[in-house]
Design a protein around this ligand. Structure first.
Ligand code: FES
Length: 147
């Protein structure tokens, strides 16, 4: 079977029109479907305000500290029970600091820097403090504002 040039052009034009119409509908449908059915409505949630959950109050009481490696956050309590959230990345060369056994300082295992539980440098080689974050509890969750 053979087709002439005119028939070939006619079939190609029809194919182009069908492809264009289907492509437009799929693009429109995906966009509309995602917004209407898959994405929950915006709400003033904690994550939209920059707060992220790092654990529960019970976990903190049980372990003494909470850490989130993805956010580089450590949460602990001061002797008077105040929640403290810090970036646990040592500003010297980036190792993760952790509480000393006596719990009064945060120590870096790499080169010996030492910080108060509020993040102040007590001993170098680090020369800058650990950044602190806003922290709160809500519905038994400990939330840290990292952004
Ligand atoms: Fe912490 Fe060097 S990385 S003291």
């Amino acid at each position: 079977m053979s087709i002439n040039r005119r028939e070939f052009v006619s079939w190609m034009s029809l194919g182009f029109v069908i492809t264009s119409v289907v492509g437009c509908n799929q693009t429109t449908g995906q966009s509309s479907g995602t917004n209407d059915t898959e994405t929950p409505p915006e709400s003033p949630s904690n994550s939209s305000q920059g707060f992220q959950a790092v654990g529960t109050v019970e976990e903190l009481e049980k372990k003494g500290t909470l850490t989130d490696d993805m956010m580089s956050v450590i949460v602990l309590r001061s002797p008077n029970g105040e929640l403290i959230a810090l970036n646990n990345t040592c500003p010297h060369r980036g190792c993760a600091v952790s509480p000393a056994p006596e719990g009064e300082t945060l120590d870096c295992p790499c080169h010996g820097s030492r910080f108060s539980i509020r993040g102040k440098v007590l001993q170098g080689p680090a020369t800058t403090d650990l950044p602190t974050y806003e922290v709160k509890t809500e519905d038994n969750q400990i939330l840290v504002k990292v952004a």
